[in-house]
Design a protein around this ligand. Sequence first.
Ligand SMILES: Cc1cc2nc3c(=O)[nH]c(=O)nc-3n(C[C@H](O)[C@H](O)[C@H](O)COP(=O)(O)OP(=O)(O)OC[C@H]3O[C@@H](n4cnc5c(N)ncnc54)[C@H](O)[C@@H]3O)c2cc1C
Length: 405
Amino acid sequence: MVRHRSQDAEVIVVGAGPGGSATATLLAAAGHEVLVLDKASFPRHKACSEYLNPGGVRVLGVLGVEAAILAAGPHRMEAMRTVAPGGRSYLADFTKVGSGRVALGLSRHRLDHLLLQRATETGAIVRERSHVRDVLVEDGRVVGVEATIAGTRERLRAPLVVGADGHHSAVTRSLGLDVTVRWPRHTGLVAHYRGVTGLDRHGEMHVAQHGYAGLAPLEDGLTNVAFVTNAAAVSGRDGSLEHFFEQGLAGIPLAAEKLASATRVGNIRGVGHMARRAHTTAGDGYLLVGDAASFLDPFTGDGIYEALRAAELAAPIASAALRAGDTSAAALAPYRAARRRTFTTKRQVCWIVQGFVHAPVLMDYVTERLDHRSALGQTLAGVLGNVRPARQALSPLFLARLLRP
Ligand SMILES: Cc1cc2nc3c(=O)[nH]c(=O)nc-3n(C[C@H](O)[C@H](O)[C@H](O)COP(=O)(O)OP(=O)(O)OC[C@H]3O[C@@H](n4cnc5c(N)ncnc54)[C@H](O)[C@@H]3O)c2cc1C
């Protein structure tokens, strides 16, 4: 599409996390003029457990960035172990799912920078330290954004704006799209450690009464350590965040054992009230991808995958709309439908998993069964890793086999 004098790009992507960079890469590769704006300067850190599931690794190949990411030395995780409150554990072994894929542990400092470099290589223009404050709306449709760039307020126009600006999305806020999600109300705290023992080719999730801990080995001998708990407990704590974090982990003995001789490297980062959702993900002149569209909880490690996969769903629809010169809600509606087909069933599995995480007795029960009933364990590993259709874990037969004594 030819750029009109009245526009700054064909597409403005707000946010250069995985969702924004992947969308920018695919649209630039399709020949579109893409402008990416991010308030940060890259490389930057991001509060995350830094576990990319096998389904997400597949999308790296589609983006043409897998080789660069593997060259950055991510930790290859063949499996994820879930330890229930009573000590039972289940190993979701991705190598047995038949996909030939593994999960990767790579700091977001590196991962996001490589994804953004890929967007630049493909032809997207990236402007860092560009803080989007508002969305420009004319005659009921989005026509651009207003951003502070190098201390100056600028109005930038494009026929399509992609909101990829994460948890505190300015795009969804400006458009009044945020839905209040009342449950789960979790805050996630993460930090890097050195010297964590007992993890080799797998990561671990430890569920306890007061929250859960995640251990994900990364590059260069680092391990990402997460503690996720009730948001009210974090905001109402006595004492420092460091003390709260360390006490939370100390209260999960099987996780604490692995941290006994480890030391924290760098700050604790966190996100409060992680669950969020926008009430629509496409409208006149805009699309939402990644956390700006929705996020439930890090337990199942879906966030980065969903951001990358949403870009894969959005790009062909956005490209066709741009070529037709029609970025109306009707032209972009197939994206909403594609999201429903792709994410809804997995989201239902994630809600069920959340239910187990909040009910220790049930968590002990299903973990023990998954451990002993290996066919079921493999099916669930494939579903959780996003390499098998989520409906396989929701079939009545699967659930009956899982729940029978
Ligand atoms: C504690 C925790 C642990 C997690 N662990 C995992 C995990 O192990 N695996 C996993 O897959 N997912 C995990 N997630 C979820 C994952 O981090 C997100 O789902 C993922 O980062 C979403 O990518 P995104 O591109 O949508 O947004 P982000 O990665 O958040 O990127 C958004 C970008 O937008 C920029 N931005 C924000 N506002 C503006 C603005 N107004 N103007 C310009 N730029 C702006 C930001 O600087 C940022 O670069 C975790 C989340 C939390 C909170």
